[in-house]
Ligand binder design. Sequence first.
Ligand SMILES: [Zn+2]
Length: 844
Amino acid sequence: MRKLYLIILLLSCASILKAQKLLSPKEFLGYELGDRFTRHHRVLEYFKHVADQMPNVELISYGETYEHRPLVYTIITSPENFKNLEQIRIDNLRRTGLVEGTPSGEKKVIVWMSYNVHGNESSSLEASMLTLYDLANADNIKTQEWLKNTIIIIDPCINPDGRDRYANFYNQYFNLPANSNGDAREHREPWPGGRANHYLFDLNRDWAWETQIESQQRLKIYNQWMPHVHIDFHEQGYNNPYYFAPAVEPFHEVISTWQREFQMMIGKNNAKYFDEQGWLYFTKERFDLYYPSYGDTYPTYSGAIGMTYEQGGGGYGGLSITTQEDDPLTLKDRLIHHYTSGLSTVEITSQNANRVVDEFEKFFHENLNSPSAPYKTYVIKAENNPDKISSLTQWMDTHAIKYGHPSTGKVTRGFDYQSQSPSAVNLTTDDLIFNIYQPKSRFITTIFEPQSKLPDSLTYDITAWNLMYSFNLKAYALSERINVGKSYQPKSVENVSVTGKPYAYIFNYQSLKDVAFMATLMRNGIKVRSAEKGFSVNGQNFDAGTLLITRRNNESVNDFDIKVQSIAKEMGRKIYTSTTGFVDRGKDVGSSEVNYLRAPKVAVLFGEQTSSLSAGEIWHFFEQQIHYPITQIGTDYFKTIDLKRYDVLVVPDGNYKMFDEGTLDQISAWVTGGGKLIVIANGLNAFAEKKGFGLKTYTKESEKTDAEKKEKELKEKEALTRYEDAERKQLSDGISGAIYKVMLDSSHPLAFGLKDTYYTLKTNELRYGFLENGWNVGVIKGKAKPVQGFAGTRINKKLDNSLVLGVEEKGQGNIVYLVDNPLFRCFWENGKMLFANAVFMVGH
Ligand SMILES: [Zn+2]
């Protein structure tokens, strides 16, 4: 007995000693949380300290950002759970069906908390430290009780590059004491602000598309854990109080009753703590659950209770800001609110652990056995471009979507994405199929369903994003279930070894991978040509746009043949060769209609007045998608540079005041002399109706009167709008992102590799007339009606017979007008091809 007593005494001394070593954030940092903005590396040091001291905390690195800051997550649970952690994780995956087998251990809930996805919503990172401290602290009886059945994952900072951009800004400009006056420099971040990541992407729009390395690395871990609850911490305008779940309609229909119910329970528990303190908050407003690429919807469609929490503050907040009620809102207030809602969510989840786990299991049981969405199977025909299929399957792998080939072919019926109507489907065993009887069932539905039900058209974001249109695939949605019969066999490129020294190498130009290949050749100093028309040689047909690399003009390239062949092999390109320049059909290799593509020197406007998102998308496209160098030119010194040093100038989406008459004359003269100007979306406004540019905001007079009449009728109707319906009235003017079918002039180089149609993701209301002296390469013909998504009635009328893609030839140069942003969030595959054509193909 005595011996046992001694052991217990020793053990408890040891735990006290250990607990004493745990420092609070204040003790560790040397200042009170909220007194300063803590830079990211210091926060990581604190996390490391806690993990080093505590047996119930583990810190794991999961990669790094573009600017080489570490990405980490922390697991906090009871020491007992740590012993079985792998078992708990696998059991959870078994409940989802992502791993085979039956769960054997006790039921444990997994709560994942993500902080600071938007870098300048800066109280998050500070709150993460306090939250960690209280969860890890062995003396905190309450939290230690929760840890018995709860695994907590904290990602302290999803977006370290943006967070430090903000913190560095603030730490340079703060007043002493902090100035609460919103006029002060410290409250006004310079362009581009700290919200986005290095490439200026909004990481809270990127969960599904995973275009950024932060998302790619995080999603890997996310899918290894599949949490039951996910909180994404944000901030909104500083005059707003706090927002937490439940969210507001529209809710996508795949969201389960339980997911709605538990959001409500969580919200009520949060409310309890906020009420106690008298803090203001709101729920069931503004933040919906629809667009699938957010930090709340993506987890929701993956079975979690996914939520956004929003504190008032944001980039304006600083250490203290005076609100409209003449009250100071401090960083301390903001972080305490996030800390409170975080812990409250852990509490209510822990208290309902068994139910949460059971319902989670039920969600996946339904996915595997009785998914309710009307379309059960998706078919992508084998004849689609193999690069597009492989990009799509790679994307599916990252989301753990299962796919393959059917075991037998058959003739059936389904929704045809090309005609947007029901049609016969000739299913073959080479086609790629995936059905919704699988763990990621609901996510699949939200991405691929032909029409999504929008129970309420007021939403926070775009209303359409279907990847079948992004890739423009020959594909079908079937209401019947067809199972995968055999695993997917990608079409591999068979290259016979090249003999001798061919007259020319020939490569297809049909996909973004072909673009990247061309860019790599150019970067290696290899001269490339492109056939303006289709041709045949050696019995092989080639489309317009096909790349030709002739021996002539490449004599100065060392190891020319080895270089071309090895780059082609490395990039999986099929090598065709010709021993002659004499073609069987079309224009000979030496023809002037086989254009020499000079590797362009590309300048991109960057800075104030450009949309930072668009400027970032262009930057990311060149550097990360096709690895081609660009020069970004600041809008503040644009006038001082010599444009003649560049072949291409890209003007991103933006709101421009810099294009005065002199600047426009300068650009106009440069284009006439052989420059190529590419203008995107709202950038077009700066050039429309201006001297030297053929872009017009409106077309025919007759159409105008007709439109004016309709406009008048609508206005009369709207004059009677009830006050409470005001938000809805605005909607008929707006477009929240919808997909339209665009007829292409496939003979124009801007359309190379895209064939006759292009589906455009329209996110603005810009309307321009057809170019009178230019090529109307892509237009909406006749009545405008979205193929998918929501657009206000008035908008559709406005878009009838309107320009989408235009090219104006001017002297030796060209202007490419892209009315819709083809690089929007970087997930519109054919948009990227289109943009590449504008840069490399147009005007040779
Ligand atoms: Zn945010």
